[in-house]
Design a protein around this ligand. Structure first.
Ligand code: IPM
Ligand code: MG
Length: 363
């Protein structure tokens, strides 16, 4: 088997963490006897500098013709002043939309070695193992009308629109229920149905899919987003699969990341189209760029998700995840998860430690 992978390192710490991720990928490819053909593309701020736009047709085509896409991070202060239509983040939104990636899977699993690394109490975070299923190509991120207009009195009016249609809600509900079948069989659907009509529809459709489409074995509960934000840090063990809208998922997944010690630990998979895209949840972290301080584990774990979801190489994925766990158990930490009595390592060394461990463990 030979897989074509498009690699988009992006901006900030993206290239540093991606290097560690692709080296892990090449290592397991060799160990498990499959080929990976890595094609690199420029996106985000780097693409604005080179081509005047955050995503070129050439890079988009490259993505469409590959088996999967690995993405680093996009954006930085250098491009913050640009018009919204050509900001680095636009590339991310365009990739999601063009590749039809309507489902974003963000597993929030605490490695037990990091139970004391969180800013939250150990007894609260212990045992956290949940999956955020975020709708990714709809909602207020894409709804029309949008934009800022000038009013006759000289003031301005900014508009974004939350829109969801029945088919959009149905398909993301299926993703959540099917994920729950393989997990602890509970889905929490998060909305703001007491105020927002679009999410009242969300609740109605999720309820119907649950009742009518053969998910009787799954327990479904509905939760308002404000309550969910509180419950996540009050008692995260109550959650198995959390399914929610694009914007609520964006916010809740950053919050949930802190249960694992650091957002530097969180991988993600964006699926639903022909080609899946895999990326760390963290951003480009301009403040630590180029200092060998970034945590590469979210990217390395995203490589594992790609192996499992897009390449059907789950043994290789298991081996990576086990190696990450072993390295953390061995007391090695990047700065974001540093703890007393642990050894502080940089991005490169953390990547190397994981590869050493992959090489040492019998698969
Ligand atoms: C994320 C990010 C993006 C989003 C930004 C960079 C556009 O925060 O993937 O969570 O809001 O979706
Ligand atoms: Mg986000």
């Amino acid at each position: 088997m030979n897989y074509k992978i498009t690699v988009l390192p992006g901006d900030g710490i993206g290239p540093e963490v991606m290097k560690q991720g692709t080296e892990v990928l090449q290592q397991v490819a060799q160990l498990y006897g499959f080929g990976v053909d890595l094609q690199e593309g420029i996106v985000g701020g780097a693409s604005i500098d080179a081509h005047g736009q955050p995503l070129t047709d050439r890079v988009l085509d490259l993505c469409k013709q590959s088996n999967a896409v690995l993405l680093g991070a996009m954006g930085g202060p250098k491009w913050d002043g640009l018009d919204y239509s050509i900001r680095p983040e636009r590339a991310l939104l365009a990739l999601r939309q063009e590749l039809g990636l309507f489902a974003n899977l963000r597993p929030v699993k605490l490695f037990s070695a990091l139970a004391a690394a969180s800013t939250l109490k150990q007894e609260v975070v212990e045992g956290t193992d949940l999956l955020v299923v975020r709708e990714l190509t709809g909602g207020i991120y894409f709804g029309q009308p949008k934009g800022v207009t000038k009013l006759p009195d000289g003031t301005e009016r900014g508009v974004n629109t939350e829109v969801y249609t029945t088919p959009e809600i149905e398909r993301i509900a299926h993703v959540a229920f099917q994920a729950a079948v393989k997990r602890r069989k509970k889905v929490t659907s998060v909305d703001k149905a007491n105020v927002l009509e679009a999410t009242e529809l969300w609740r109605k459709v999720v309820t119907r899919v649950h009742a009518d489409e053969g998910y009787a074995a799954i327990q479904l509960e509905h939760m308002l987003v404000d309550n969910c934000a509180m419950q996540l840090i009050r008692n995260p063990r109550q959650f198995d699969v959390v399914v929610t809208t694009n914007m609520f998922g964006d916010i809740l997944s950053d919050e949930a990341a802190m249960l694992t010690g650091s957002i530097g630990m969180l991988p993600s998979a964006s699926v639903g189209g022909k080609v899946g895209m895999y990326e760390p949840v963290h951003g480009s972290a301009p403040d630590i760029t180029g200092q060998d301080k970034a945590n590469p584990l979210a990217t390395i774990l995203s490589v594992a998700m790609m192996l499992r979801h897009s390449l059907e190489q789950s043994a290789a994925a298991d081996r990576i995840e086990k190696a990450v766990e072993d390295v953390l158990n061995g007391g090695y930490r990047t700065a974001d998860i540093q703890q007393k009595d642990c050894r502080l390592v940089g991005c490169k060394e953390m990547g190397q430690l994981v590869r050493d461990r992959i090489g040492a463990v019998k698969g």
